[in-house]
Design a protein around this ligand. Structure first.
Ligand SMILES: Cc1ncc(COP(=O)(O)O)c(C=O)c1O
Length: 349
């Protein structure tokens, strides 16, 4: 199909299968899933895979609702937040509801808009690579914001999000909180008050389950019903049995969740200090990654050099951030290896 061959699909970060890297390129957690996750995936449960999974995802829905103290019918669970976002674009974007999102953000927003023929406008980040919420005040259409933003990690306060949502209650605002648990404050509680807010989260980052593919949305019942309409018209059993059990066990272990995310925050701040000491410029990231640039070496060169030393990070070709590298925050040991390698590379220039 010409339309598809001309489309620029999303290019996922490398997932090398050949050798083991210090893998700091796709914002996964360095920590294993919560201990209970492993326990619930018993042989008995695996043997039940001859039967379809629960299309209503009721037990996981309830566990998510309990965590956020909301009613389960305000939760929608998808196969990764990518699926939740794709359904949201399908549901809430069309010719009369164009989409507005930042010029530097999660690459799937553009891809979904093109896939579903939704007109879209990219709104430039400011010079410090942060979202200026005022720029979205008068836009007529659906606003999509990642908070903290993808690639830059910059964060908007709860008050800023509340202002944006309040300004025009006829307009939907989708807030993608994939990275919210690393120091930000979720706007999920604003969904009690505002019907035009849909919040999307994932189990891939702070809940250590990227490979299980589970994400969810929280919003008013009508928005959630719209997402169900799309799911039941596309893939009714979108969450498999094992992922459902794994995600439920993960969200129920609050102590493990807190301990993992606090470690990431500590490791991020240590890494930031080390990079700043070496002369890097960094955005104000509140995510599980840092975006950093060094005037002595291009992002691409540093990426290649680190890869040859067994450390995988990411760089982006977008003109505004092409001098930067994006480093996922891993364990303390992984960050020490990264910093030592960067020191060696810069020392050899
Ligand atoms: C901002 C943002 N949203 C959503 C996703 C998708 O996450 P997943 O589909 O693993 O839930 C990512 C992945 O990196 C992301 O950066």
């Amino acid at each position: 199909m010409k339309r598809l061959s001309e489309m620029e699909a999303y290019i996922p970060g490398e997932q090398p299968q050949d050798k083991t890297y210090v893998k700091l390129n796709t914002n996964e957690s360095p920590f294993p899933p919560a201990p209970e996750v492993v326990r619930v995936l018993s042989q008995q449960e695996i043997e039940k895979c001859n039967l379809y999974s629960d299309p209503t995802v009721s037990s996981l829905n309830r566990a998510i609702a309990d965590f956020y103290d909301i009613s389960p019918d305000r939760v929608f669970v998808g196969n990764g937040s990518d699926e939740v976002l794709a359904f949201s674009f399908q549901a809430f974007g069309d010719l009369s509801h164009p989409m507005f999102f930042p010029d530097i953000t999660y690459g799937c927003y553009r891809v979904f808009a093109e896939l579903y023929n939704i007109p879209f406008t990219k709104i430039p980040l400011d010079d410090s690579l942060a979202i200026r919420v005022e720029d979205y005040q008068n836009v007529q259409g659906t606003v999509v914001i990642a908070n903290p933003n993808a690639q830059t990690g910059t964060y908007l306060s709860l008050d800023s999000i509340a202002n944006l949502v309040q300004q025009n209650q006829d307009r939907l605002v989708i807030v993608d909180e994939a990275y919210i648990d690393f120091g930000g404050e979720s706007c999920i509680r604003l969904t009690d008050q505002f019907d035009n807010l849909l919040v999307v989260q994932t189990f891939s980052k702070s809940r250590n389950l990227a490979g299980a593919r589970v994400g969810f949305a929280v919003g008013n019942r009508n928005l959630i019903q719209d997402l169900y309409q799309i799911k039941y018209s596309f893939n009714p059993y979108n969450i498999n049995r094992l992922s459902m059990l794994a995600a439920k066990a993960a969200i129920e272990d609050r102590a493990y969740f807190d301990s993992c995310r606090l470690h990431i925050i500590q490791n991020r701040e240590w890494t930031r200090e080390q990079l700043e000491t070496m002369g890097f410029t960094l955005t104000k990231s509140k995510a599980n990654f840092l975006l950093a640039a060094c005037s002595r070496i291009s992002g691409e060169e540093l990426y290649r050099n680190l890869k040859s030393r067994g450390v995988l990070i990411r760089y982006f070709p977008d003109a505004r951030i092409q001098n930067y590298i994006r480093i996922t925050i891993g364990s303390a040991e992984q960050m020490q290896i990264l910093i030592q390698n960067i020191k060696d590379i810069l020392g050899g220039l």
